[in-house]
Design a protein around this ligand. Structure first.
Ligand SMILES: *Cc1c(COP(=O)(O)O)cnc(C)c1O
Length: 389
């Protein structure tokens, strides 16, 4: 089966269960009741995926998890209440006090905040590597106590593409696990586990749910790391809601068609922004003349609608007028919904390497609107801002 056909079939009631609704029901449960004491007690030794108590998952959650595991090429998945919960449990499943983890400098901001605030309290050491570091440079940064190599590709805000297969090889050779935040690509554009990553993380809050109305995270892995992940999830009580898992599953049905349109619109807007004097450069690996285009083409089967634009320094004084004048791009965190969004970032303020120290970045999430409407909106906002200077 091709991925697109899988998106339609995964996680739905089987033919043997018909008559049944097209979609699985939403199981609202804390307590699950049992007919006998023996059957109740037997679930304590049953494998994951047994319906026993709301915190240990429901059939709706299991259906979403199985769909995600299939799409990523993994053996199993665990749904979490948010993308950050998925990141935190992956890190804590692998590392203990005295260990070290290597992170890319462009890792998602809230995950970086977790590392900075919480890892020292747990006695877990961490350091950062340049997002475009070669496999040799990353290998040189590995310490005797390094337990995991964390990857995020493309990176948050600055969208550097990593050579994932090369990083996976380095980690394998050193007996280190790889964790990848794969939110940008979704399993459709980059099935990370199938490509050798040990633990793939998705903020399903973004494209998988796709409608900006719920929080959900998911971790996909092979058998090897599953028990450690499951234990960590259970010990921290990181349970996803059935309603959210249902929305995740529903989002998968249209993920392919949505992503194609997001990419088409984003490419048009990105190419247009390249012609504007207010923009110094556009950071989007799908652009043919972008720095990481060849690597992106080699490994990814498409792009989503999230990209960034470096603002030209002479436009900075009126940037706020530009952002406030946009009508189709709302100002707000997150991305992956059907609607366009914009935010402003100064990545240099939170990074370890000085590469972005002076830069101001406009981050666009390009939605499913008509691309020409979006381009006119941006042009009009540029003119409004220009009149202020
Ligand atoms: C949004 C995001 C997350 C966190 O997801 P939440 O569901 O908001 O916790 C993690 N990684 C990336 C790359 C993200 O953009």
């Amino acid at each position: 089966m091709k991925q697109q056909t899988r998106l339609v079939h995964l996680g739905r009631p089987k033919r043997s269960e018909w008559p049944a609704p097209v979609n699985p029901p939403v199981h609202r449960a804390s307590t699950v009741t049992f007919p006998t004491l023996e059957s109740y007690q037997s679930v304590f030794s049953a494998p994951y995926g047994t319906y026993s108590y709301g915190r240990d998952g429901t059939p709706t959650i299991f259906a979403f998890e199985q769909a995600m595991a299939h799409l990523e090429g993994g053996d199993a998945a665990l749904a979490m209440p948010s993308g950050v919960a998925a990141i935190v449990s992956s890190i804590l499943a692998l590392a203990k006090s005295g260990d070290h983890i290597l992170f890319p400098d462009s890792m998602y901001g809230s995950a970086r905040a977790f590392c900075k605030r919480q890892l020292p309290r747990l006695g877990i050491d961490h350091s950062f590597y340049r997002p475009r570091a070669s496999a040799t440079e990353v290998e040189a940064a590995i310490q005797p106590n390094t337990r995991a190599l964390y990857i995020e590709s493309p990176g948050s805000i600055t969208l550097e593409v990593a050579d994932v297969p090369a990083l996976v090889d380095v980690a394998r050779a050193r007996g280190i696990a790889t964790i990848m935040d794969n939110t940008w690509a979704t399993p459709l554009l980059f099935p990370a586990v199938a490509k050798g990553v040990d633990i793939s993380i998705h903020a399903a809050t973004k494209y998988i749910i796709g409608h900006s109305d719920a929080m959900l995270g998911v971790v996909v892995t092979k058998k090897h790391h599953f028990e450690a992940l499951r234990q960590t999830q259970s010990d921290y009580g990181y349970v996803a809601g059935s309603e959210e898992a249902y929305l995740g599953l529903r989002g998968l049905r249209t993920l392919d068609v949505r992503l194609r349109r997001h990419q088409q619109n984003a490419l048009k807007l990105a190419e247009h922004l390249q012609t504007r004097p207010e923009i110094e450069s556009v950071l989007y690996p799908a652009l043919p003349d972008s720095r990481d285009h060849a690597l992106w083409r080699r490994d990814f089967s498409g792009a989503c609608g999230l990209f960034s634009a470096v603002v030209a320094s002479d436009f900075l004084p009126v940037l706020e007028y530009f952002v406030d004048s946009l009508r189709h791009f709302a100002i707000g965190a997150s991305w992956g919904g059907f609607e366009s969004l914009v935010t402003v970032h100064n990545p240099g303020r939170s990074r370890s390497f000085a590469d972005w120290s002076e830069k101001t970045i406009l981050r666009f999430h390009v939605g499913l609107e008509d691309a020409d409407d979006l381009i006119s909106d941006v042009d009009r906002a540029f003119e409004v801002a220009r009149k202020q200077s």
